[in-house]
Every structure is written in C-alpha cells, then in structure tokens.
Design a protein around this ligand. Structure first.
Ligand code: F6P
Length: 361
C-alpha cells in the first residue's frame, strides 16, 4: 500500500522550514522507498488546504534545499480565531480543510508552524485528521520545546545587526536603539542582545521606564563610554502602558507608528539626555536568507523524528527538543500555550550580573 503524506508550512516563514521538510522526506523515502510513498505539498499554508491547492512532490524536490531559507511550498497567515468563523465568502474553512485531506487520501498531514498554526493543527487532529507537527519560529515561543528551528538563524542575523550598529554608535558617540522581532516574547532580543553586547535589553516581559534607561546611559557617560546600544523587542512597552487596563493598553500600542514604542523611546531618550539617539529596525531580514548550521541540524533531527512518528502512526504530536532529546509532545498540550521569557530565568540573571540593564531598575 502506498503511504500518502501531506506537507504544509504555515504562518510567518523562517529559516529551517525547507531543511525540516527535507529531513522528514528523506527519512520517509529511506523507510518506504520512492515507489511506496507519495508526498503532497499543500501550497501557501492553511489557505491551500482550504482551497485545495497542492502539488505532488518528487524526491528531487527535497534536494539542494538544506540551507535555503523560506519555504518551497509558500505560506500564509490564517488566524486560528477565524478558523471556525464563516466570513463573507461563506466558506466553512474547517469543513474545506477536512475535505481536501480526505480527497487527497492522506495517511498523515505534516504541519510546520508556530503558535497559531499549532492551534489549528490541534483542531484538525481533534477533527479526526492524522497530524504530526514541527515547531517553527524565530520567536522561540512555542511551549513544550526548548528550541524552535529558525531561532538560532534569527539570533545570528540580529546579532550581526547589533554588531554593525555598535561600531557606528561608538564612532559617532550616539545612542542607538536596535529593534528586534518579537511582539509577544523576547527570546530573540534577549539572546541577540547578549551576544551583540547590548547595554540595555528591553523585552515584552519586562516593562521599562525611560528614567531607568537614562540612568544607565548617564552611568556609562560617567565611566567614559559615550555611546549606548539598546536592543529592543518589537513588543517592549513602557511601564505606564503595561499598567493600563487591557483595552486601553491595546489602544496605546496601536497608536504608535508600526505598533512599537521604538521611535517614541528614541525621542524620549534624546529629550532626556540631550544626546543624539537613533533607531534601527532590523525587520524581516531576521527571518530570511540562509539557514544557519545549527538550525539545519536541528531541523534534520526534528524531521527524522517526525518521520518516525508517522511510521509508528503516533499522530496528534508535535516533535520537540527537551534537554538533549527529541521527543513527541501531544498537540493538545502545546496548543494555545506561549513560552514567554521567565523574568527570573538564568539568562536574565547572568545578563544583569554583567551590568546589562533591562530598563526596570
Ligand atoms: O512570528 C514571527 C514573527 O517574525 C514575529 O517575530 C514578528 O512580530 C512577526 O512574525 C511579523 O509578522 P509579519 O511577517 O506577518 O509582519
């Protein structure tokens, strides 16, 4: 009997998607052989599953993609909260996804995605589809896994960005804010900030005050350091905004350009210190380009484990890194849980010990 396995990449792209699919495909072809396995690529994420857009893949499609960022299948954002909502087009998205799954006679659908995508993966699993998922995102915010693929590549790029800002900040005796991706969690900013030698690191998990940041800048001035580099997550917010009721907080964030406080903070610091302050947004370069060697290896491990789960028919699981082991975690446990940076984690304690300010004291 021919085994039929679908692949789907969902949500914001990142490095390691292609490497992960390659890992799953190679391990499955190795086990079943070319003749007994059919891989079907669902195009553009859940959108393709809803509309029945797919292509039959061949073994050669998975060659030469180990290092390539992005996704050979395309991706899209299909918010989980809208999945069961019938919109103006009248489409029942869940029914359509199940129909495509059945039409393609899939034995299993492999879903590579971040937080929202894992929730939809769990929904499909609850609806009777055989699902195995892989943890994707530069944000590293997926519960149940120590690391997601894409995270290390994102760190490398963001760190290079901070390194580059460092030299120009020093030459011009300027204060620079480098905005790093991460609206809800600050893992990427924390690691890139530490690796890039940032003096101040601002995370969504730790609200800041301008006074505390200015204090750090003044201390540095006094010790003869006439520049300061601030690594700031997209979702970092001042304490007075963090303390607002939920609705007003959301409103205050939406009123900022691009929904971040980066520009405002640059102005506030310049006003308070009289020191030229610039902001640089690293943006989507953090998610693009080449997959770094660590992510290539991690993706391959995840891929091989996903294939093992498919072969053993252990469906309804996400593969995860826990310590030095790659393990299955039930999708029902993963879905809807965000892995935020614990404010008292070792990384933050060590950073504080080396004099890094988080803007909160
Ligand atoms: O979830 C990954 C991520 O890169 C976040 O860090 C970032 O806030 C967001 O996606 C950007 O999304 P989009 O590409 O849809 O603008």
């Amino acid at each position: 009997m021919i085994k039929r396995v679908g692949f789907l990449t969902s949500g914001g792209d990142c490095q390691g998607l292609n490497a992960s699919m390659r890992g799953v495909a190679k391990a499955l072809y190795e086990h079943y052989g070319d003749k007994n396995l059919e891989i079907i690529g669902i195009l553009n994420g859940y959108k393709g599953l809803i509309h029945g857009d797919y292509k039959k893949m061949k073994p050669e499609d998975f060659s030469g993609i180990l290092s390539r960022g992005g996704t050979i299948l395309g991706t899209s954002r299909q918010p989980f909260k809208m999945m069961r909502v019938i919109e103006e087009d009248g489409i029942d998205k869940v029914a359509c996804m199940k129909k495509t799954y059945r039409y393609l006679k899939l034995d299993c659908l492999v879903i590579l995605g971040g937080n929202g995508s894992q929730k939809t993966a769990n929904l499909l699993s609850e609806e009777g589809c055989n699902i195995v998922s892989l943890p994707k995102t530069i944000d590293n915010d997926l519960w149940g896994t120590d690391k997601t693929f894409g995270f290390q590549s994102g760190i490398n790029i963001a760190t290079e960005g901070i390194d580059a800002i460092h030299t120009t900040a020093e030459s011009h005796s300027r204060i620079f804010i480098v905005e790093v991706m991460g609206h809800k969690v600050g893992w990427l900013t924390l690691y890139a900030g530490i690796a890039g030698g940032a003096d101040v690191i601002l995370l969504p998990e730790i609200p800041y005050t301008v006074d505390n940041i200015v204090k750090k800048i003044v201390d540095r001035e006094r010790s003869g350091k006439h520049f300061t580099v601030v690594a700031m997550a997209e979702g970092a917010i001042p304490k007075e905004v963090a303390d607002l009721p939920k609705k007003e907080k959301k409103q205050a964030i939406m009123e900022q350009p691009n929904g971040t406080f980066t520009e405002k903070l640059a102005k506030d610091i310049q006003m308070a210190t009289g020191h030229e302050t610039r902001a640089t947004v690293l943006g989507h370069i953090q998610r693009g380009g080449t997959t770094c060697p660590y992510d290539r290896a991690l993706s391959t491990f995840f891929g091989a484990k996903a294939a093992e789960l498919i072969i053993n028919e252990q469906y309804g699981n996400m593969v995860a890194l826990q310590g030095d082991r790659i393990v299955p975690v039930p999708l029902s446990e993963v879905a809807g849980k965000l892995k935020v940076v614990p404010v008292d984690c070792e990384e933050i304690k060590c950073a504080r010990a080396t004099g890094i300010s988080f803007g909160d004291e």
